[in-house]
Design a protein around this ligand. Structure first.
Ligand SMILES: Nc1ncnc2c1ncn2[C@@H]1O[C@H](COP(=O)(O)OP(=O)(O)OP(=O)(O)O)[C@@H](O)[C@H]1O
Ligand SMILES: [Mg+2]
Length: 357
């Protein structure tokens, strides 16, 4: 009898929740996420979208929405809570099997996850340190773009991961490569894991679907790796864009393509000039470079000292210098495009690949 009553209550709560959350309007991604939670009853009275995210355990989405509405204090409070969760003791640490980076998933007791990348995590780009993940977050927050998930400097204890030594190349190659106690104080970055998000690739999106904000972020960061698995979409209405995997940034001087010596094929990077030029490339009245003005104004007017303070000692000096050096070039190109969109500037930083290899 008691079981029947509980079942009945669960069904009623589910139906009630479904009515309040108006599942008809929701994206399949968000609905699938709700299906995995049992928060319907708890959250059924919540009608505000940002509060719903909080209630369902999606604090990053909530923080971004609060910030977008101008409620900076609330956004900051949510981010502070998220950071204190990440600063707590993980209940489980596991190797995360991904592509270029040596990364680990840290699970915390309320179900939150952080993606840890070791400082020198990129197998193929040795200056692409995890310091850039942190710097990208700081720049995103400073400009108010709200695309990069909370990312902090972090020292991880990975000694509970089976065969941890083998996941850490420098330790593996050292003389005492079998000493697992060496996995205890590993420096790197920790990024809040965004639940209920799909990669652009999963959703069939391509470069043409990127928002102007994402293009501006990538131009400013000098991202060379914003392919469709490195940006994601989330939110009840699939409107929240997420920029992940930001270690291949601060690369304004990098060429747009490289020739793979083994396969003799051209491999493309994303390139800041092309992203910037796509922001305002038509005379259309809806050209939204003007709506990006507030971010640009912050970017152009900050003093060098402010930028140095923002990036802090964790960011390598060479990255800070190149970030400062490229700023006037980006600003003048943005201004040119805004006023003279029909006289394109040369792609000096992102040349076309050779016709013949
Ligand atoms: N903060 C995050 N929130 C949610 N999912 C994430 C997050 N960071 C990474 N992911 C997921 O994990 C995948 C791999 O992560 P990431 O791109 O950082 O690693 P990588 O080793 O550099 O991969 P690749 O070489 O394929 O670019 C992403 O494509 C995405 O699906
Ligand atoms: Mg990636």
């Amino acid at each position: 009898m008691r079981t029947i009553a509980i079942l009945f209550l669960a069904v009623v709560a589910g139906l009630f929740g479904a009515a309040i959350f108006n599942t008809a309007n929701m994206t399949p991604v968000f609905e699938a996420f709700l299906g995995r939670t049992n928060n319907y009853a708890k959250c059924s009275g919540v009608t505000d979208e940002a509060e719903q995210y909080l209630c369902f355990g999606l604090p990053q989405q909530a923080a971004w929405l609060f910030a977008e509405r101008g409620d900076a204090a609330k956004a900051r409070a949510v981010l502070a809570d998220m950071e204190s969760v990440l600063r707590g003791k993980p209940v489980k640490v596991e190797k995360f099997n991904s592509g270029a980076a040596y990364s680990f998933k840290l699970h915390f007791k309320n179900g939150a996850i952080g993606l840890f990348k070791t400082y020198d995590s990129d197998r193929f780009c040795h200056d692409c340190t995890s310091a850039r993940e942190v710097a990208a977050y700081k720049i995103d927050q400073w400009l108010g773009l709200n695309l990069v998930p909370l990312t902090i400097e972090y020292t991880a204890d990975l000694s509970s991961v089976p065969r941890c030594v083998y996941a850490l190349p420098k330790i593996r190659n050292s003389a005492s490569g079998n000493d697992y106690s060496q996995c205890k104080n590993i420096k790197g970055s920790l990024q809040y894991w965004i639940e209920s998000a799909y990669t652009a690739q999963n959703l069939g999106y391509d470069d043409s679907d990127k928002s102007q904000k994402l293009r501006l972020l990538d131009a400013i960061l000098g991202s060379t790796d914003r392919h469709e698995k490195n940006w994601m979409i989330s939110g009840k209405y699939q409107t929240i864009e997420v920029a992940i995997d930001n270690s291949r940034t601060f690369r304004h001087a990098k060429q747009f393509y490289t020739v793979n010596p083994i396969y003799q094929k051209v491999e493309y990077f994303t390139c800041w000039q092309r992203q910037l030029d796509k922001i305002c490339n038509s005379p259309s009245a809806t050209c939204s470079a003007t709506t990006l003005k507030s971010y640009m104004d912050k970017y152009r007017s900050a003093s060098e000292a402010d930028i140095r303070t923002l990036l802090g000692p964790f960011t390598p000096a060479a990255d800070v210098s190149s970030f400062l050096a490229v700023r006037p070039i980006i600003v003048s190109r943005f201004d040119h495009n805004l006023n003279l969109f029909n006289s394109p500037l040369p792609m000096d930083y992102c040349p076309d690949p050779p016709r013949k290899l």
